[in-house]
Write a protein that binds this ligand. Structure first.
Ligand SMILES: [Zn+2]
Length: 216
């Protein structure tokens, strides 16, 4: 008789180097960490030059905070993953031959590139192995696959992707300064060849105002 499939993720050695949450599960590199009470950590926001995007940018210093927020990404690590080409889960460099990206047809933004509307996404790369682990085990991703109509797209050439750095402002002590001089927030990628359905207008604007407020 076959043994029932475990409902818990395997302790995959591939992810052994990652920080773990209290249940002992590995936390994706790009995730934001928070305080116990989950209060927004505006005092952890820092402005600095980011060599990955070549401009002043928002950073969130969360290395010593205890609780991962699986619905938010750390801005500095998000830009690093996108621009350097690291997997958002394991932080390993991911060659073009193994790159995937998660696309939500509901929340995707659209930009004009050479007179053509193309989708823009902000969740960084997944390598083949982490894409498989994530779609099998990540509860947030599985829920969103159902509710947000997520699809995993293979991006296998630099010619298929164009980086776009979004600028914005942050709440808190830097609000006045960053409203006056917007700083780098997210490194997004325009998918030049992706064939995905464009959602109705009512839903397509869901993320239009997202380029302010640290932590998403
Ligand atoms: Zn990975």
């Amino acid at each position: 008789m076959l043994r029932p499939v475990s409902s818990r993720p395997p302790f995959d050695p591939w992810l052994n180097h990652l920080r773990r949450d209290r249940r002992g599960l590995p936390v994706p590199y790009v995730n934001l960490w928070q305080r116990e009470d989950g209060v927004a950590e505006l005092d952890r926001v820092r402005l600095d030059h980011d060599p990955n995007v070549g401009m002043r940018a928002v950073f969130q210093d969360d290395a010593d905070l205890p609780v991962p927020n699986f619905t938010k990404q750390n801005l500095g690590r998000q830009r690093e993953c996108m621009t350097v080409g690291l997997c958002q889960v394991c932080a390993r460099p991911v060659p073009w031959s193994r790159r995937n990206i998660v696309v939500s047809s509901i929340s995707v933004e659209w930009v004009d590139v050479g007179g053509r509307e193309v989708p823009v996404v902000f969740e960084p790369w997944l390598d083949d192995r982490c894409a498989e682990i994530a779609t099998r085990w990540c509860p947030a991703l599985i829920r969103r696959t159902r509710e947000d109509n997520l699809t995993l797209i293979r991006i296998r050439s630099q010619r298929e992707a164009q980086l776009v750095v979004s600028k914005g402002w942050v709440e808190g002590p830097f609000e006045e300064e960053t409203r006056r001089n917007p700083v780098a927030m997210w490194a997004k990628v325009a998918l030049l060849n992706a064939r995905i359905e464009r959602a109705p207008e009512t839903a397509a604007g869901a993320t239009a105002g997202s380029d302010h407020g640290a932590g998403r």
